[in-house]
Design a protein around this ligand. Structure first.
Ligand code: LLP
Length: 420
């Protein structure tokens, strides 16, 4: 969690100038809390390193698509990386511009392509030959040319969790490196496509720069071949993936990461091309926490359980990836700590948020699950008919509700029973 945005004042956790305990009182739990300052600082780190370097930032909407969060970035001039027409609608509703959006995703439907083209997105990141044909047809029906970049799979090991590694041959993503040149030639031959760039995304929560440099070297080699075939590659999209500190990881600082990649591209003689970054987690991950209240303490023979009111439906990452999120007390308590598994009320053994955590707790205590700003709320569900949490944005001394807590009735409002 961002130490400047989330810190203790007299033993009470604060988000910027607001006590987390008072937020929980006012808005209830479970509660996602974001810091505008932390979002701003992370974005600035990218933007400052890109300044004067022909490089742009496209915020990966999937990591956190709350309108207020997107709006913070839109106000700072961000572009966006979208993977559905739903995300496109959110970008526009949040004050972003379609012309600054790149449309990624392995399975865009014809309807989504149409919406993207009509809105005027900057580029489609295409992942297969059938998708090229589909996009060409849709563009033809609209009398347009679709700007296209191919997502190439550079077959490098991003050294991250297998579920969030995407650049290996065995992944479903991208065009195989060995097929890329021929696929570009096919794209060039289609009347309603305009080849403008190249793209890769090798995975997520990557904490070393070397996999990026390996991927770039392969991409730049390919760019030479494609240009020899008569196409002009105006931009290189290096994807997202930069990791954050959840526990003791030591990812490169954002500015160093950006500068190293841009220098690498320049040193290899490709400095004239625009470079796109597509960060998600590194912008929003440590700008958010999930507040939850301890319902029950349940001592066991082998384990002690702290049963809290947040669950796997609110934060899926531990259950899905065995992901580690630091869990800290909202009010520090001067008492003997015990080892707890912090678990939710959902009827699944996989419903845990943290294992073997040393905490001093009594029922009713508040906990903050850290680093929950990325892939937190966006991956939440209504499993067990649990309304999704509210979201708050703190800005200095002020806290704003930026998404209301769901109401049970909303959850089945679209359902009906058979008439007879
Ligand atoms: N660009 C593309 C094409 C992507 O597929 C992704 C993430 C990003 C950018 C942003 O990557 P980031 O900077 O956030 O690493 N739910 C998983 C992460 C899935 C990432 C999917 N793609 C998790 O909770 O760890």
């Amino acid at each position: 969690m961002s130490d400047s945005a989330f810190h203790y004042v007299d033993g009470v956790l604060h988000a910027e100038g607001v006590s987390a305990a008072s937020l929980a009182e006012q808005f209830g739990t479970p509660l996602y809390v974001y810091s505008r300052d932390a979002l701003t600082q992370a974005y600035r780190a990218y933007a400052d390193a890109c300044a004067g370097r022909n490089a742009t930032v496209h915020v990966a909407v999937k990591a956190n698509s709350n309108l207020a969060v997107l709006n913070v970035f839109a106000r700072m001039g961000a572009g966006f990386d979208i993977v559905s027409s739903g995300e496109l609608a959110r970008v526009i509703a949040a004050g972003g511009r379609a012309e600054n959006a790149v449309f990624s995703g392995v399975g865009k439907s014809a309807a989504e392509m149409r919406e993207g083209l009509e809105a005027g997105v900057k580029c489609f990141n295409v992942e297969s030959i059938p998708e090229l044909h589909a996009l060409n047809e849709v563009a033809k029906s609209l009398g347009k040319k679709a700007p296209v970049s191919l997502r190439v799979n550079p077959d490098v090991d991003a050294k991250t969790h297998p579920y969030i590694s995407t650049g290996l041959k065995s992944n479903k993503f991208g065009v195989a490196f060995s097929d890329a040149r021929a696929t570009y030639a096919q794209a060039q031959a289609m009347d309603h496509l305009d080849v403008v760039g190249i793209d890769c995304h090798i995975g997520s929560q990557i904490t070393e720069i070397s996999p990026y440099l390996d991927a770039l070297d392969k991409l730049l080699e390919l760019v030479k071949q494609i240009e020899a075939d008569g196409m002009s590659i105006r931009h290189i999209d290096v994807g997202g993936g930069l990791g954050i500190t959840y526990d003791d990881e030591t990812p490169p600082a954002i500015g160093d990461f950006v500068t190293t990649l841009l220098d690498h591209i320049e040193e290899r003689g490709h400095g004239a091309r625009e470079v796109y970054f597509e960060p998600g987690r590194s912008l929003v991950g440590n700008a958010g926490v999930l507040l939850t209240r301890v319902e029950y303490l349940k001592p066991g023979e082998e384990k002690n359980f702290a049963i809290v009111d947040a669950a796997m439906n609110d934060l899926a990452r531990p259950a899905m990836y065995e992901a580690y999120h630091r869990i800290v007390p909202v009010v520090k308590r001067d008492a003997a700590a015990q080892i707890y598994d912090v678990v939710g009320p959902v009827c699944e053994s996989g419903d845990w948020l943290g294992r073997d955590r040393e905490l001093a707790l009594v029922p009713g205590d508040l906990l903050a699950i850290c680093s929950a700003g990325a892939y937190g709320f966006v991956m939440s569900s209504n499993y067990n008919t649990r309304p999704r949490a509210a979201e708050i944005m703190v800005d200095g001394e002020r806290a704003r509700l930026v998404r209301e807590r769901e109401d049970v009735k909303q959850l089945f409002a679209g359902e009906s029973i058979l008439p007879d």
